[in-house]
Every structure is written in C-alpha cells, then in structure tokens.
Design a protein. Sequence first.
Length: 117
Amino acid sequence: MRMGLYIVLAVLLLTGCSRNKVPDDVIQPHEMGNILFEITMAEEFVNAYVAKDSSKSREAEIQKEYQKIFLLHEITEAQFKESYDFYRSHTGIFKTMMDSLNARAQRKRNELYHMPN
C-alpha cells in the first residue's frame, strides 16, 4: 500500500514538472524572448517614425518588420504563432519569459538614459 502511494506521488511530481517543459517544436524561451523584444522595438519604430508618413499603411509596415525578424531568426510566421500560442496557454512559463523581457527592456532604458540601477 505504501509503495503504491510513493508511485502515485512520483507520477504526480513528474507530470507536474513536465508541464513546464517546452516541446522541441516550440521556439525555446530565450529565443522567443529575443523575438518578442525585437517585435516590440519594431512596433515602436513604426509607431514613432513610419506611421507619421500618411502615404504608408501602419499595419503593412509592421508586417514588413515582422517578416524581417522572422527571416533573421530563420522561422516562419506560423512557427512564431504556434509558439506564441503555446506560451500563452502555459502562463507560468509565459510570465517568467515576459518578466525577463521587461527586465531586459528596463536595463536598455537605463543604459540609454544613463540611469542608475
């Protein structure tokens, strides 16, 4: 009876840990963080500079920037969307990744404006 309890606990522990594992077909967290960081920068660039040109479509320009990022990282838009959906459905991993992304952005702002940490 006691051995059965240990087996059940071990299985629960292992399945609980495997929920936080990122499958091989999903863009791994560090790389996904880099991609999201670049996407954020691209959106800010388009909003700050390109969107002021009334002859250009904001959405079309953002899509062009996305395609450059996907090409740079050697991924497709479909791979990005599938990976993004995975992270959105795994809130613990997504929160950790977004917290890291926020910390990175804060460090960049501090460097840019010469602010102390």
